[in-house]
Design a protein around this ligand. Sequence first.
Ligand code: ADP
Length: 331
Amino acid sequence: MNIKKIGVLTSGGDAPGMNAAIRAVVRTAIFNNIETVGIMRGYNGLINGDIKNLTLRDVSDIIHRGGTTLFTARCLEFKTEEGLNKVVKNCKDYNIDALVVIGGDGTFRGARDLSARGITCVGIPATIDNDIGCSDYTIGFDTALNTAMEMIDKLRDTAQSHDRCTVVEVMGRRAGYIALETGIACGATFIIVPEIPDIDIDNNIIKKIKEIQKTGKKHFIIVVGEGYKKTNELAEYVQAQTNLETRVAVLGHVQRGGSPSVKDRVTATHMGNYAVNLLINKTSQVNQTQNKSYVVIVKNGEVTSIPIEDAFNKQKEFDYNLYNIASQVSL
Ligand code: ADP
């Protein structure tokens, strides 16, 4: 099959670098004489036909912008048979030969359902949480880390001035990668991640604070991944057990915004370009009845791809080695 028109959408949580990926998809497609359409607000746009042509100039001046110019949304109707049928019909009506879907795990599950209904899809992993098992890296993670790091550095100034303990909650959903890396980068005394939910607070945190206090340290930073879910209780307990004035700071959605870092712009550009070339090369190898969909991934530093059916088999392993290093140097 010769691809003539590609649809591109962003779905699920936004992540800095999504615009760079959209731009790379559109420019690579046009470079190869393929038309592109932008689908607005994730799978919603495919259900209600909110679809517009994208030209070279439509993706000018977006590489440096956070968020997504195609907007994003969650779409419950898409998960129904009726919703999926509308999507398939609209893809036919708009002559869309293949889709590039930029988002997280949920977005890829949707693409897998579409693929089963004959629509070729390529997924590009974009989420600040870096929680997609099949890819070492997801677009947005680096920017979010740097944003969180800057904010925790600022919180350290005030914690230090007041001899306080600041408990900082960072994002990451059920994954602790943002907590782990920002905790290390900011010299946190403790890092609490959802992967280790039953951490013994008394024997780890309280005991360690008391020992460190004997060395003259008077202020502490504890970084907590939001998936731990007990940030406030933890802070109250630390204050009660140590007499340290303890404050909670929840960084929240600020971590999802902002201008993407170099790493996120370059990775997004590489992945967007790869996705379109994959569509051109793979779809020319199979006949029209053999629909194949893929997810673009980073593996051992290389941008590559795997079939979409294999994208859900693997839980990302938490880096316990890095976690142990962090605890050895936070004294
Ligand atoms: P993310 O892609 O960031 O993981 P979500 O989990 O919210 O974000 O998924 C984005 C959209 O993908 C959902 O609104 C829905 O339309 C679709 N989706 C999510 N999970 C599934 C699923 N299990 N099956 C089919 N579609 C799904």
